[in-house]
Each structure stands twice: as C-alpha cells, then as structure tokens.
Design a protein around this ligand. Structure first.
Ligand SMILES: [Mg+2]
Length: 115
C-alpha cells in the first residue's frame, strides 16, 4: 500500500487569499500549479487532505465540493492527521532538533503569502 502524504487545505491547496470567511465558505481559487503537483504526487503516494474545517458542521462536505469543482482528485479528506511520511502545511516549521531556536522561529514565522 502506498505511503501517505498529508496536505493541509487552506493556504496549500485553497489559495486562501481572502482569509477566514467561515467553515463552509471557500471563496478563493486553487494555488497555481497545485492540481498538477497533486497529480504527480499521487503517482507515488496516497494523498490525504487534512483540514480543521472538517471538525465542524458542513466543513468536510464543503472541502470535498470545492475539490470536485476544481477537478482536484485526492485519496481522502480528513479532520485528523493520519500517519504520513510528510506533512505539507503553510503554517508549519520543520523541527531541526534545536529547541533553543524554536521561540525565535515562532516569533518571526511568516506564511508564504505574508513574505
Ligand atoms: Mg493552512
């Protein structure tokens, strides 16, 4: 069975340029090129999309409908992170084994859209 790659939804697949508008409101287009990237990733890995939207009423359905509307095919949409070989998230830091630098990295963190 193929190993899993997890992709965050907002800010990685959904471009999220309008910011938070509500659980079921997904107003923006896909990040440019993400659909093609997911097609390539799925040649080697299972792709799971994880969003905190899926915890709330209508959120899972809204994410699935948006993906379908944009013809983006994934293997699953989940509320919780499953075991995976890598997690792709616009709000993640890669832990490098150096806890001393964490607070500084947190304080200076910017998403790709904020840079
Ligand atoms: Mg995000």
């Amino acid at each position: 069975m193929a190993r899993t790659v997890v992709l965050d939804f907002d800010g990685v697949i959904h471009s999220y340029t309008s910011g938070w508008q509500g659980v079921t409101v997904i107003p923006d287009p896909p990040v440019a090129g993400i659909k093609e990237a997911i097609v390539d990733i799925r040649k080697f890995y299972k792709v799971a999309v994880v969003s905190t939207r899926c915890f709330q009423e209508g959120g899972l359905e809204a994410v699935k409908a948006w993906l379908a509307k944009h013809n983006i095919i994934v293997d699953e949409v989940l509320a919780h992170k499953p075991p995976a070989i890598v997690y792709i998230d616009d709000r993640a830091l890669t832990f490098d084994g150096n806890p001393q630098k964490l607070l500084h990295k947190i304080k200076t963190f910017r998403t790709w859209q904020q840079r």
